[in-house]
Design a protein around this ligand. Structure first.
Ligand code: UD1
Length: 427
């Protein structure tokens, strides 16, 4: 068992009530890094109080940023006036994968940056070749010294270029954007990732003074501006579609009736349609960002493949596995984004799920009920999957999540309790 937090869930209560979705983890982490681009005081609103945000704040502080996080108001104030280049200890970077997103911002601000193999969830090999490809396309050099890779811009700065990705990596697209903001001339990022969190980043960068547009097919165009043209920003972070999806699944698996507020509905169509196809009642109030999910006691299995946005998100694959475990019939999920993201399979089987795995596809034969057990969540989304499985299971489930649940979900336990879940933090 890993160390860190464990939760004790007495399953079987249908979740009922209202839950509010926090700001998106995958938007705010890169947005915090992007604040390094401009001098002065920026303010981010709707910032989730999750461990990865605190890790990114620590990193900004290491570079000399003055940061205040009002966790009740969900507001972060970042003053980058005193920021200076320095090499952080490796442990600071290996704590969370998104530390890599600091690289492009530092390259723009200082003409130099670095990589240390970033940490995060053990969901696959997670190479950084596409990030490097972006920097090299703009004229940067890579200098390798043991574990540390330094990235150095030419003396007269990065130069806009055509950056072609053979896969639409989210992080590499973000780093390409951050590096291209002040490169001379035009950068075209081809086969760019088009996740909603990238659009939120682009919109924030535009408010800072960046010149960014889109073209078909999947192209993001950046016309470089002088760094002095970039200004601090006052920005509200997009709500988290992955957290919203998790609460909808929690309502569905428990046969509950939950109103999910602040759901970014326009980014969740595939997930919402699938819930409807399973036989749950999904009522959408798109204008107000509210979804009501009335869970059906007997719902049908579905099959899908994970894909880059707007396809079915890989981050909801584990939570969907939990839901399929109690569906009627047989569902299949093929994971196409990560090679090792079936971390929920084994613990769900310990809870009585019938899941078989063949290469990148799992087949789930629904069972009438899951049985409480002692299980471990080895990444953020597997942890969330086990929590919602525990909410459905008969008897007591003890989920140990290490630090993973807190890395991605704000106040999961409190939100679940407010919906009637019988769940406590283990001593
Ligand atoms: C981001 C999200 C993560 C989500 C993922 C895919 C953040 C902080 N995290 O992660 O929650 O699951 O997008 O939607 O935003 N790859 C390479 N070379 C590279 C980079 C990536 O081969 O240089 C591969 C990865 O190994 C993976 C796939 O591309 O198999 C997708 O990775 P990527 O889109 O980069 O995900 P992240 O940005 O790490």
């Amino acid at each position: 068992m890993n160390t860190g937090e464990s939760f004790i869930i007495n399953g079987g209560n249908p979740l009922v009530g209202d839950v509010r979705v926090s700001g998106a983890k995958n938007a705010v982490l890169v947005q915090l890094a992007a604040l390094l681009l401009a001098d002065g005081v920026s303010i981010l609103h709707n910032v989730p109080d999750i461990a990865d945000v605190h890790s990114m704040i620590e990193l900004l502080q290491f570079f000399g940023a003055q940061v205040v996080f009002d966790t009740q108001a969900h507001v972060v104030t970042v003053d980058t006036t005193q920021v200076a280049f320095a090499l952080p200890p490796a442990a600071m970077l290996t704590k969370f994968r998104a530390s890599i997103l600091i690289t492009g911002a530092l390259l723009t601000r200082f003409g130099a940056s670095f990589f240390t193999a970033p940490g995060g969830c053990p969901i696959g090999e997670r190479p950084i070749n596409l990030h490097m490809h972006a920097f090299k396309s703009l004229g940067a050099d890579e200098i390798i010294d043991g574990e540390r890779h330094s990235i150095v811009a030419p003396a007269d700065g990065l130069v806009g270029a055509l950056c072609i990705f053979d896969y639409p990596s989210v992080g590499a697209t973000e780093n390409a954007l951050l590096a291209a903001i002040c490169a001379k001339g035009r950068t075209a990022i081809y086969n760019a990732a088009l996740e909603p969190e990238i659009f939120d980043l682009v919109n924030m960068l535009r408010s800072m003074g960046a010149n960014i547009s889109y073209d078909v097919p999947a192209m993001i165009i950046v016309e470089g501006v002088e760094r002095t043209e970039l200004a601090p920003v006052n920005w509200t972070v997009l709500p988290d579609r992955l957290e919203a999806g998790t609460w909808l699944y929690a309502a569905a698996i428990t046969g509950g009736n939950v109103l999910v507020h602040d759901a970014p509905i326009e980014h969740m169509y595939v997930v919402l349609q699938q819930l409807d196809q399973m036989g749950h009642v999904v009522e959408i109030d798109e204008q107000n960002g509210v979804v009501r999910l009335k869970g059906s006691k007997k719902y049908s299995a579905v099959s899908c493949k994970t894909m880059p946005h707007p396809g079915f998100p890989t981050d909801l694959q584990s939570p969907l596995l939990a839901l399929l475990s109690c569906a009627q019939g047989v569902g299949k999920i093929t994971e196409t984004v990560y090679e090792n993201r079936f971390l929920a399979v084994e613990p769900l089987c310990t809870m009585g799920a019938q899941i078989t795995m063949c290469n990148s596809t799992v087949t789930v034969t629904g069972v009438d009920d899951l049985i409480g057990a002692e299980v471990e969540g080895k990444d953020i989304r597997a942890s969330a999957a086990l929590m919602i499985a525990g909410l459905r299971a008969q008897g007591i489930t003890r989920v140990s999540t290490g630090h993973h649940l807190a890395r991605g979900y704000e106040r999961f336990v409190e939100k679940a309790q407010a919906l009637g879940a019988d769940i406590t933090v283990a001593k």
